[in-house]
Write a protein that binds this ligand. Structure first.
Ligand code: NAD
Ligand code: TYD
Length: 342
């Protein structure tokens, strides 16, 4: 396949391109990425100059750039998105623009060439909203509750409407929370790992009891390749690992793996509209794609901590830039009014 991978130098995109370059030697990849604060071209520097890899800097909302980047591609994997729930509470506009309108621009260009094989829209389990009990199945109603998840729901609904209306071969995947190398240190796991290394406080929202279903990023990538190869157009596939942990449990795993002290943990003011729990049923991906995750949380978190330990210049350069203002804005007051763990 000749794939257009949008958002390809963000967290999951980077891991996906690396996975494809090493596991699918006959495939080639064009990355289209706007290089927002979350995108780093140097993540894939090792492939620059390869005949199987091309990098295009640009916005998925720009039809001219999208046309040029998609030329010659028979598959699209759309990772490009604004992705951080906290930033979506601060500034929803960029979320609606990229996560909905950007998807429309990509779909419009894709459908001009009937020989194109597959449009894979990367979505999230957050579109189901907070699930207090049980596990969300693909047929469950959507109940997105943050500007991020509402925009992602809009993007995937639009993509599926192109399948129904125009016969565009769309597949949607809804993955649970990913963790692993190259994740921007604003998300829980990389923020807490790097704060622990720096002796900084770990700001746990609310009572620390919110639950997520953690998926090691390479397992997500193998599921996406399986979806490209074996998925049925018009289908939605949940992707997750069933490794449900409270944020407090994740925090203690990070303290143990980094050797940092419990005294760094702080309970801070909760996120607005904070979803209590996400959990997905992945039997469809398992039965129809023959996919199974391989990495349990214990080994995944050890690999992740090792990566951040070995690549301190990667995250230190991020944390010393724009991030500093963001961190102050988000956490200064919260940390002033925080409580230590008993
Ligand atoms: P990320 O924020 O690390 O990366 C997003 C990438 O998209 C960046 O490289 C950024 O520069 C690029 N981008 C943003 N706006 C763009 C635009 N208008 N045009 C072109 N490029 C643009 O995100 P991630 O964690 O790698 O997530 C990738 C995808 O997976 C997203 O669609 C997200 O909704 C989905 N997802 C993420 C998770 C998770 O836990 N991280 C879980 C489920 C689904
Ligand atoms: P995050 O990594 O932002 O992913 P998402 O909101 O998409 O699930 O957050 C994961 C969980 O960690 C979520 O319940 C919010 C919580 N959290 C904190 O407690 N403190 C923090 O500083 C951050 C960033 C997240």
């Amino acid at each position: 396949m000749n794939l257009l991978v949008t958002g390809g130098v963000g967290f999951i995109g980077t891991n996906f391109v690396k996975y494809v370059m090493s596991h699918r030697p006959n495939w080639s990849v064009t990355v289209l990425d706007k290089l927002t604060y979350a995108g780093r071209r140097e993540n894939l520097a090792e492939y620059e100059g390869s005949s199987r890899y091309k990098f295009v800097e640009g916005d998925i909302c720009d039809p001219v750039i999208v046309r040029a980047a998609m030329a010659g591609c028979d598959g699209v994997v759309n990772f490009a998105a604004e992705t951080h729930v906290d930033r979506s509470i601060d500034d929803p506009a960029s979320f609606v623009r990229t996560d909905v309108e950007g998807v429309r621009v990509l779909l419009e260009e894709f459908k001009l060439d009937n020989s194109r094989k597959i449009f894979l829209q990367i979505s999230t389990d957050e579109v189901y909203g907070s699930v207090e009990t049980g596990r969300s199945g693909e047929g469950d109603p959507l109940d997105p509750r943050s500007p991020y998840s509402a925009s992602k729901a809009g993007g995937e609904l639009l993509a599926m409407s192109y399948f129904t209306t125009f016969g565009t071969p769309v597949i949607v995947t809804r993955a649970s929370n990913n963790y692993g190398p190259h994740q921007y240190p604003e998300k829980l796991i990389p923020l807490f790992i790097t704060n622990a290394f720096e002796g900084e406080r770990l700001p746990l929202y609310g009572d620390g009891g919110n639950m997520r279903d953690w998926l090691f990023v390479t397992d997500h990538c193998s599921a996406l390749v399986a979806a490209l190869e074996k998925g049925t157009p018009g289908r939605i596939y949940n992707i997750g690992d069933g490794q449900e942990l409270t944020n407090k449990q994740v925090t203690f795993a990070i303290l143990e793996a980094t050797g940092a002290d419990t005294s760094l943990v702080r309970f801070v003011e909760d996120r607005l509209g904070h979803d209590r729990r996400y959990a997905v049923n992945v039997s469809r991906a398992s039965e129809e794609l023959g996919w199974k995750p391989q990495t349990n949380f214990e080994s995944g978190i050890a690999l992740t901590v090792d990566w951040y330990r070995d690549n301190s210049s990667w995250w230190q350069s991020i944390k010393s830039g724009e991030f500093r203002d963001y961190y102050k804005r988000m956490y200064s007051t919260r940390l002033e009014n925080s409580e230590r763990i008993q």
